[in-house]
Write a protein that binds this ligand. Structure first.
Ligand code: C2E
Ligand code: MG
Ligand code: MG
Ligand code: MG
Length: 282
């Protein structure tokens, strides 16, 4: 009897593993088609200067317009895309689309926003990234201060010498880096000195309970002071309340991003928002 139960359980697991494996194969296939047919869209989340409240930048956040599943969040496909290598063409698309959009905004008279694009560590392991950036910016002398790459601490931690050289090469083209989700990884302060990072983004998990939670509040204060002493700027992620905004302003946090400022939105919506903020030239 016990033997039978064991057998049933084994079949149960086998069945589930098979279902998982099938779903995974299906996802990879769909992703391959998505790359061919460019089923992706970038949403833009505004980033404001804390002191002035003006929009100075935006983070480009990818979504997948799946023909049956609708809009799929990056949380549901980026990890798989990294595993199977498809993040390389997907990331290249995101970069070129962000550069194109940023240029289109400037040509339409909108002020120069600094667009931050998330770049996976897998992309740094590919030799083609510096050349891609170079070709995207070719012919536009003004492209550089309008683009920023967002990387996570893990990129710095596992970066090989080649990956580090690639980072520096891109930085040499005038492109800066922001360090995403700061505080959630295991990076040491020495990384901040060693790599050409310009902006530290405090992860939203630390901002969430500010200012009421004393230990989170001190942590956020310490990160801001530490970053400033290294001559880095600081963006707080996940700012949802006025109390959080006021707290961060008191601490001298340079930039704010979060639902209080604006949700990730279509490019056209961000343009309306810029116009409403009165930042349109002329
Ligand atoms: P991330 O880079 O840390 O992006 C911030 C995430 O926090 C976004 O989720 C954004 O919608 C969300 N968020 C912003 N403000 C708030 C807030 O006030 N409250 C809350 N609860 N959430 C907020 P999203 O768009 O789902 O993206 C998830 C992650 O997917 C990103 O985290 C990034 O790691 C990755 N990702 C997005 N686009 C790309 C891409 O083009 N390439 C790569 N490699 N990764 C991407
Ligand atoms: Mg990011
Ligand atoms: Mg982030
Ligand atoms: Mg985050």
């Amino acid at each position: 009897k016990a033997k039978q139960a064991g057998k049933n359980r084994a079949q149960f697991y086998a069945h589930h593993m098979q279902a998982d494996a099938l779903a995974r194969v299906q996802l990879e296939n769909d992703l391959r088609i998505a790359v061919e047919q460019q089923q992706f869209v970038l949403h833009y989340q505004p980033i404001v200067n804390t002191a002035s409240g003006r929009i100075v930048g935006a983070e480009a956040l990818i979504r997948w317009q799946h023909p049956r599943r609708g809009l799929v969040s990056p949380a549901d496909f980026i990890a798989v895309a990294e595993d199977c290598g498809l993040i390389v063409p997907i990331g290249a698309w995101a970069l070129s689309e962000a550069v194109r959009q940023s240029r289109a905004w400037r040509e339409a008279g909108y002020p120069a926003l600094r667009i931050a694009v998330n770049v996976s560590g897998v992309q740094f392991r590919e030799p083609g990234l510096p050349e891609l950036v170079r070709s995207l910016l070719a012919g536009a002398a003004d492209g550089r201060e309008h683009l920023m790459l967002e990387i996570t601490e893990s990129v710095l931690m596992d970066s090989s010498e080649e990956a580090e050289a690639r980072m520096r090469e891109i930085n040499g083209q005038g492109i800066g880096y922001s360090l995403d989700d700061f505080g959630t990884g295991f990076s040491s302060l020495s990384y901040l000195k060693r790599f050409p990072v310009d902006v530290v983004k405090i992860d939203r998990s630390f901002v969430r309970d500010c200012p009421d939670d004393r230990s989170d509040a001190s942590l956020v204060e310490a990160i801001i002071n530490m970053a400033h002493s290294l001559d880095l700027r600081v963006t707080a992620e996940g700012v949802e309340s006025e109390a959080q905004r006021d707290f961060l302003r008191r601490l001298g946090c340079d930039y704010l991003q979060g639902y209080l400022i604006g949700r990730p939105m279509l490019a056209a919506e961000l343009a309306l928002r810029m116009a409403a903020d009165g930042v349109l030239h002329g």
